[in-house]
Write a protein that binds this ligand. Structure first.
Ligand SMILES: Cc1ncc(COP(=O)(O)O)c(C=O)c1O
Length: 452
């Protein structure tokens, strides 16, 4: 192990993957579930800020952040200290059955930062999918209605309820059916609103039989899609008109990533239920459902979790919120603008190949002409020591830790531009290399680290 702090970032010292990484990948394939769709052959062992060291001592600049999770950077000293303090005091006591103080404290903090004006209450679980399940159950319970609308391209998780809402890749549903009944998918954006009114409410199921609409204010796995400016305000109106709850899934877009605490705040829209996970715990397993008090109408025993609101995870969450409000959200806005400004010229430099550069704050997507090109660019970036991740069909996302510095942002833009230039100049060879990595089991086939 080397002292990460003293290393340049990135610093690639072996061929990739290195010998230890190759050996480890073989070991991994022998024992782990083949359902895990690894993006490329990275074997991380240590992290600090935006730097990740692999098993061979290669140092990477991490612009993937564990799929938009390591919001405060890897092993932020304040988060580490909070975790250590709490682990030494109390590691677990089921908050569903007893009055764990840090649970209520975390709930109060989440309620304080919620994008709703009135009082809210909070249920805490362990992951994004669990937050989605909680939201779905509460919406049905509160409205006594069964049906739910979700959007094509959406990713809400992989548990049975959440995967029924997910519609980013058909393979998530393959052989798992039947899905949860009563879920209707429409296109993301204004076209979807028209479809809800004209096709669903008019022809299929009356509006007053819908419990909720669940929406990502900016679609994540669907390809970092920013909707039209009128979409979310009009969706809010539509829900209000029919007594339907609006659930904002901010598992990926929240926790300061877009330059505001919650992405939905860019449109000044209040959800009835907000779901968070990923970045809110800096990598500790935690997710939460925040709901308007009037909506949180269920009684004791209706929902709970053994681990949900684990005290060590909540110590990380409280420290994360403090750091986000203490400057990281502001940094996300500034660095995001710099990175977008740096990437935008790529659309003019490579017309046809680079189709779009979009996003808000540090939720940035670059759209290519094809999934194969996106795959090749991702692999070229990896070879240069820059970790990025595909999203959607043809997009590569940048979702770095919110601690990213100006110099790191500039390095990432430079390495990404070099990767695109290489693919533009050697397209056939680069595409072939990326496809060879997929065939040899070293990379996933175009769906990012989480196979989406
Ligand atoms: C918007 C969104 N919702 C839910 C989830 C599921 O979260 P988890 O993987 O923690 O279950 C994800 C994960 O990528 C997500 O992006």
């Amino acid at each position: 192990m080397t002292d990460l702090q003293a290393r340049p970032v990135p610093d690639i010292v072996t061929a990739l993957p290195g010998p230890k990484a190759r050996a480890h990948i073989e070991f991994d394939h022998a024992w782990t579930s083949p359902s895990l769709p690894r993006a490329y052959p990275l074997v991380p062992v240590r992290g600090l800020g935006c730097a990740i060291e692999d098993i061979d001592g290669n140092v990477f600049l991490d612009f993937a952040a564990g799929i938009a999770v390591n919001s405060t950077g890897h092993s932020h000293p304040d988060v580490v200290a909070a975790i250590q303090r709490q682990a030494a005091e109390l590691q677990h006591f089921s908050a569903s059955d007893f009055y764990l103080p840090i649970y209520a404290q975390a709930a109060a903090e989440l309620a304080r930062i919620a994008p709703m004006r009135g009082k809210t209450k909070v249920f805490i679980g362990n992951s994004g999918a669990e937050a989605v399940e909680a939201g779905l159950k509460l919406a049905r319970y509160h409205t006594r209605r069964q049906n739910v609308i979700a959007f094509l391209g959406a990713f809400h998780g992989r548990t049975m309820g959440a995967v029924s809402l997910t519609a980013s890749k058909a393979k998530y549903h393959a052989h798992f059916g039947p899905m949860l009944p009563g879920v209707y998918h429409v296109p993301y954006g204004l076209a979807g609103l028209a479809e809800i009114e004209e096709r669903i409410f008019k022809r299929l199921v009356p509006a007053d039989e819908f419990a909720a609409v669940i929406v990502e204010p900016i679609q994540g796995e669907g390809g970092y899609v920013v909707p039209e400016p009128e979409f979310l305000p009009r969706l809010r109106e539509l829900c209000d008109g029919h007594g339907i709850l609006l659930i904002a899934d901010e598992v990926q877009s929240g926790a300061g990533r877009t330059g505001k605490m919650w992405a939905i705040q860019h449109w000044d829209v209040e959800p009835d239920i907000l779901l968070t996970a990923k970045g809110i715990g800096s990598g500790m397993p935690v997710g939460a459902m925040i709901a308007k008090e009037a909506v949180m109408s269920w009684g004791a025993g209706a929902h709970g979790s053994t681990y949900g609101g684990n005290p060590v995870a909540l110590a990380a969450l409280l420290e994360t919120i403090r750091l986000l409000e203490g400057g990281l959200i502001a940094n996300a806005a500034i660095r995001g603008r710099e990175i977008m400004d740096g990437l935008r010229p790529l659309t003019e430099r490579y017309p046809g190949l680079v189709r779009d550069v979009r996003g808000k704050g540090l939720m940035i997507g670059v759209e290519f002409d094809s999934g194969e090109t996106a795959e090749a660019v991702q692999m070229q970036a990896f070879g240069r020591g820059l970790l990025v991740l595909e999203a959607g069909d043809t997009c590569v996302r940048m979702s770095p830790p919110l601690v990213v510095s100006q110099a790191e942002a500039a390095t990432a833009v430079r390495l990404f531009a070099e990767s695109v230039a290489h693919v533009a100049a050697h397209r056939e060879r680069d595409l072939d290399e990326a496809q060879t990595a997929i065939r040899s089991g070293l990379a996933g086939d175009g769906f990012g680290a989480s196979g989406r």
